[in-house]
Design a protein around this ligand. Structure first.
Ligand code: ARG
Length: 460
């Protein structure tokens, strides 16, 4: 079969080349963007009197039929056509004849693929932002229920200070908000039309790029054609946005795995989102967060892969760039499915505040409060206060109790300056609520933070 570009060739391409060179096996995913782009391009050619009324009409009808054939599964994706652009154009010309051959006037596959892929990425930035908003709503609903339920706040995975579970989830809401903003910002930054750049240098035809751009919903037209046909920053951005968000999801997942162990027992996944073991009948495994944690690996890989493909490419289009799509498709599909299952599994998560509370009573979480008391009340320098408190902790360990349970006599034996008014301060709840500074864990502050997230979500 004759290739569209075969004019200068005397023998036909080897089937090995066809197999190696083709992107049609995967770029067919862009068929909608390709057809929309062709319709807008044809409308512009018509407005500029490059296509007649009849030619435009038959291109529109022909593309509608091609779309129908693709969606019904009738369309034949032939590897010999190399990519979807040529596959669709070939079929269009079979259906409508010579008018189909005029569609590629003032256009190259270089600006065509730049358009299709950019449109796909823009759409996915929006879809993922919407899913992120829905995830935030689920997390917020849980957080609001637990603004007084304490668990040990940790550093170095060691018990540190008492915090509430709403505050803990507020940290993830902060991360997801930044993620959402990144997807939206990428959309805004990249909503620029590449079409009309042709192969690399523009075209001698009298085209109207602004017209095509506005028909396709772009905010503006790209400035420099050489850059436009070779730029893949928009794809790198979504890969980075996805990687960062999957890193956040992976951190939450790690905590969910830990929390659903017997050792923690802070949460339990509903049966719907838990798995069993093929040999150990008693097992209930947290496969969902484990897989979510694991999936960050492949999306990081996709980011590194495209960065490497792009590195060192001379201007302008190079075939290397064809390697841009599969990794992006994979990362997009990975995060979209991940977000769906994360939302669903969190919505049915069983939270166990009683076990969280038990855990706060281990590890002398109010030790800093004793040190702060010695500083504020007894005017003792913080370093000395830290040392005295260390002695009190050591004494509590000997007595096999938590510092929040120590008696005044024991404390007085360590330092005479300590008085009765210290005792309420050592209670875990007052310790938590004492952290009432802006952004802190006090219930009052947590509620304020959650209100901010709620308002943010409402304003989207
Ligand atoms: N299949 C190609 C890609 O995905 C389309 C552009 C090809 N352009 C060219 N001049 N060979 O990048």
């Amino acid at each position: 079969m004759q290739k569209m570009w075969s004019g200068r060739f005397s023998s036909s391409a080897s089937s090995l080349l066809d197999e190696f060179n083709a992107s049609i096996g995967y770029d067919q995913k862009l068929y909608n963007e390709d057809i929309e782009g062709s319709l807008a391009h044809a409308a512009m050619l018509h407005k500029q009197s490059i296509l007649s009324d009849d030619e435009l009409k038959s291109i529109q009808d022909g593309l509608a039929q091609v779309k129908k054939e693709i969606e019904s599964g009738e369309f034949i994706w032939d590897i010999a056509d190399e990519d979807l652009h040529m596959g669709i154009e070939k079929r269009l010309t079979q259906i409508i004849g010579d008018a189909g051959k005029k569609l590629h006037t003032a256009r190259s596959r270089n600006d065509q693929v730049a358009l299709d892929f950019r449109k796909y990425v823009l759409r996915k930035n929006q879809e993922i932002a919407t899913q992120t908003k829905e995830l935030m709503e689920v997390v917020l609903t849980i957080a609001k229920k637990h603004t007084s339920d304490m668990l040990p706040g940790m550093t170095h995975l060691q018990h540190a200070q008492p915090i509430n579970f709403g505050f803990h989830l507020g940290a993830y809401l902060s991360m997801f908000k930044r993620d959402l903003e990144r997807f939206n910002e990428s959309y805004k930054r990249n909503n620029i039309s590449p079409i009309g750049c042709a192969a690399l240098a523009g075209t001698p035809h009298n085209i109207d790029r602004e017209f095509t751009a506005s028909k396709l919903g772009f905010d503006s037209v790209s400035v420099n054609c050489l850059d436009t046909v070779s730029d893949r920053d928009f794809a790198l951005e979504i890969l980075f946005n996805i990687s960062t968000m999957m890193m956040h999801i992976s951190r939450l997942s790690e905590e969910l795995v830990l929390w659903s162990s017997y050792e923690f027992g802070f949460v339990e996944f509903s049966d719907e989102y838990s798995t069993g073991s093929s040999i150990m009948p008693q097992k209930k495994n947290p496969d969902v967060p484990e897989l979510l944690r694991g999936k960050s690996g492949r999306v990081y890989g996709n980011l590194m892969s495209l960065l490497t493909v792009m590195k060192g490419l001379p201007l302008a289009y190079n075939k290397d760039t064809q390697e841009d799509k599969e990794g992006v498709f994979d990362s997009v599909e990975t995060i979209q499915l991940s977000l769906e299952i994360l939302k669903a599994s969190l919505a049915t998560l069983i939270v166990k505040p009683e076990n969280m509370l038990k855990a706060t009573k281990i590890g002398h979480l109010s030790a800093t409060d004793l040190a702060d008391y010695l500083v504020a009340k007894c005017n003792i320098p913080f370093r000395e206060a830290h040392f005295i408190t260390g002695n009190a902790v050591a004494r509590a360990e000997v007595l096999n109790i938590d510092l929040s349970e120590i008696s005044l006599d024991e404390l007085k034996a360590i330092d005479k300056r300590i008085e009765e008014d210290v005792l309420p301060l050592l209670q875990l709840e007052s310790s938590m609520n004492a952290r009432d500074s802006q952004g802190g864990t006090a219930t009052k502050q947590t509620i304020k933070q959650l209100e901010q997230f709620e308002n943010y979500i409402k304003g989207l």
